[in-house]
Design a protein around this ligand. Structure first.
Ligand code: BYC
Length: 317
């Protein structure tokens, strides 16, 4: 495949596959986005994972356990997709735990009560769905295909969060307050998940031209707000934005200004839980060294056995 064929593939809305020729910058952009996405799924296990042992019932614990395991699975598909581009998985992990590669800002906030588990499902997974459904049509084949399964699972995650919140809202005044408090803390960080405003987004223009991204950060953020407002009404919670209102002329909800300095701070490593999240991931990686060594020793032994078997086979011919 040549540059011309690559461009034709993009123009015709076909998929670029691992063995196809692609511009170096396309490959680098894909590795960057997929690796950040994979890291987000893996780091994203922590805020909710902390509640597995403290879930209020066996049913809630089983659901949460399954959800957190799904996130691990998403991370694995995504690391595999990055490997199809020539990235080395061990190197990506090294970059994450040394702070050289990013993961989503949203996972640097603490989960203070069990209502946070519901709100993460509703808002964070809701935002993830808004962002990721269009990525099912992303131009890089392995990424687009991984995203189809991920979105199906995210959709279950979002519903379990909403169902948890509906249950709490039917409970005591203290439970309703707990939900409102969690919504107050997660609303603005959820809007920041979509990335900087279009005017400050370094990669959007090129990623749109290559059909990696199908919508800009601001378009998806608006779509999320429009989708979430009626859900908040149905739930009976107030979104913490006095400027949030329907604008009939635009056919969208207007919303108040986002504190972009907070996003910058969190992305640059200075959010409430950045240090803790990376330290936990680094410790898990170090604790798992013996598993990797054992797996490598086993693979070497198998390869040696096969080599010998092939040698014996050749000798018999
Ligand atoms: N947090 O030019 P821009 C999940 C960075 S997993 C941190 O707009 P782009 C879930 C950006 O990387 C959720 N960094 O970038 C898991 C860039 O920096 P670099 C993760 C951010 O790539 C478990 C710079 O800011 N989802 O849902 O065109 C449990 C300029 O930005 C953020 C994905 O990863 C941020 N929020 O657009 C529950 C989806 N925003 O790389 C749920 C795939 C921006 O130049 N990714 N940055 O150093 C994407 O769709 C895009 O990468 C983004 C950013 C929309 C996030």
């Amino acid at each position: 495949m040549t540059q011309e064929q690559f461009e034709r593939t993009i123009d015709r809305d076909q998929r670029v596959e691992p063995r196809d020729w692609m511009p170096d910058a396309y490959r680098a952009t894909m590795i960057r986005q997929i690796a950040q996405h994979a890291h987000s799924e893996i780091i994203g296990m922590q805020p909710e994972g902390l509640w597995i042992t403290r879930a209020p019932s066996l049913r809630r614990r089983a659901i949460l356990l399954a959800k957190v395991q799904d996130e691990a699975g998403h991370g694995l598909y995504l690391y595999s997709a990055a490997e199809t581009l020539g990235a080395d998985r061990a190197e990506l992990t090294e970059k994450l735990i040394s702070g050289r590669q990013k993961y989503s800002s949203i996972f640097n906030y603490p989960t203070l009560t069990f209502a946070d588990v519901g709100v993460i499902g509703w808002l964070v997974d809701g935002a993830a769905i808004c962002n990721q459904v269009p990525l099912c049509r992303s131009s890089y084949g392995p990424y687009a295909r991984a995203m189809i399964r991920i979105c199906k699972e995210e959709s279950f995650h979002q519903r379990q969060g909403y169902e948890l919140l509906m249950t709490l809202m039917r409970g005591t005044p203290a439970q309703r307050e707990m939900v409102q408090d969690a919504v107050n803390r997660w609303w603005w960080p959820s809007l920041m998940m979509f990335g900087p405003p279009d005017a400050d987004s370094t990669h959007t223009e090129r990623s749109m031209a290559w059909k990696i991204k199908r919508h800009t950060n601001d378009e998806l953020r608006q779509r999320f707000v429009d989708m979430t407002v009626p859900q908040a009404d149905a739930l009976g919670v107030t979104l913490p934005d006095p400027e949030l209102r329907w604008n009939a002329e635009r056919g969208h909800h207007d919303f108040g200004p986002i504190d972009w300095s907070e996003l910058k701070r969190v992305i640059s490593g200075d959010g409430p839980c950045n240090a803790e999240r990376v330290a936990v991931r680094r410790a898990a990686h170090e604790d798992g060294a013996w598993v990797r060594e054992a797996a490598a020793a086993y693979a070497a032994k198998q390869a040696e056995r096969e080599r010998r078997r092939d040698g014996e086979g050749l000798a018999a011919v």
